[in-house]
Design a protein around this ligand. Structure first.
Ligand code: AMP
Length: 270
């Protein structure tokens, strides 16, 4: 695996790799876990060359404390990416992504409205700006995103459609711990007590699917399952025709999101 930090080095690695076949790309914020690894493996199965990036993008953090507290573990990440078959790991510094005088961003409405978009002002503008920049740097044939961040997946699909980007977006199912809690880089910030309460989230998602199948209200079922947790929202979103039960809760200092497409729970690992 090659580790590159500069765009010219990335371009020369990929110029050499492109004739060998498709280039798959997995953008991440790092603090890698089995959820990220599942996307690396999907890309590995489809593509001749697998590129991953690690960049804690300040533009997508609406809360500077969340940005500062975000876990950073570069050497462990490098080992994990290498073991999962990544060929090129791009780890740009902030100056590489946003050189002095950087003043251009992307605005987005549509899929970015509501839910995370209204709770975290500027978040999706930061996500699409960094993803569009990374897509231009990497020029992938396929880009891989997790169902775990269902609204982000819908936003990226919209970006690709609206700007007619020449790449396919592929989604990977949510990877969960044995007790059903979705893997997230933020889970390490939960206290033991908070972590012990987190399985209420996947239980609530399962209850929502069961209610939906029985013709009852999935939101009510999920809300009942989350009683005792500080709920930010529980709702049904329509992501490109996929009715998806979306949940955001606060556990101590951490805000966790999870979701399940009501007619395709397997995509959420449920
Ligand atoms: P992040 O580093 O949190 O920005 O995540 C990078 C990519 O990994 C995004 O496409 C996420 O949706 C995806 N991802 C994060 N957690 C999981 C998970 N538990 N299962 C599957 N994919 C995930």
């Amino acid at each position: 695996m090659r580790i590159v930090r500069r765009v010219p080095d990335l371009r020369s690695e990929l110029d050499a790799a492109r004739p060998r076949g498709r280039v798959g790309f997995v953008p991440t914020l790092g603090a890698l876990h089995a959820g990220h690894v599942s996307l690396f493996r999907l890309a590995r199965a489809d593509c001749a060359t697998v590129v991953a990036s690690i960049f804690v993008n300040p533009k997508q953090f609406d809360d500077s404390r969340d940005f500062e507290a975000y876990p950073r573990q570069e050497s462990a990440d490098c080992k994990m990416a290498q073991a999962a078959g990544v060929d090129v790991l791009f780890i740009p510094g902030a100056g590489e992504m946003y050189p002095a005088g950087h003043a251009t961003g992307v605005q987005i409405a549509g899929a970015a409205l509501g839910f995370e978009g209204s709770r975290r002002p500027g978040h999706f503008a930061g996500v699409v700006t960094v993803c569009l920049t990374l897509f231009h740097m990497v020029r992938p044939d396929e880009a891989y995103f997790g169902q775990k961040d269902a609204q982000q997946l819908a936003v990226i699909r919209q970006l690709v459609r609206d700007f007619s980007l020449d790449l396919d977006v592929k989604a990977g199912p949510t990877v969960r711990e044995a007790d059903g809690v979705a893997l997230s880089s933020r889970n390490v910030r939960l206290s033991p007590d908070e972590r012990a309460r987190a399985p209420a989230i996947p239980r609530a998602l399962r209850a929502a699917v069961a209610a939906h199948r029985a013709g009852r209200d999935p939101v009510e079922a999920a809300r009942a399952g989350l009683s005792g947790l500080e709920i930010d929202y529980v709702d049904v979103a329509d992501f490109g025709g996929d009715r998806t039960l979306v949940v955001a809760v606060r556990l101590g200092p951490v805000r966790l999101i999870d979701n399940v497409p009501l007619d395709a729970p397997a995509r959420a690992g449920l």
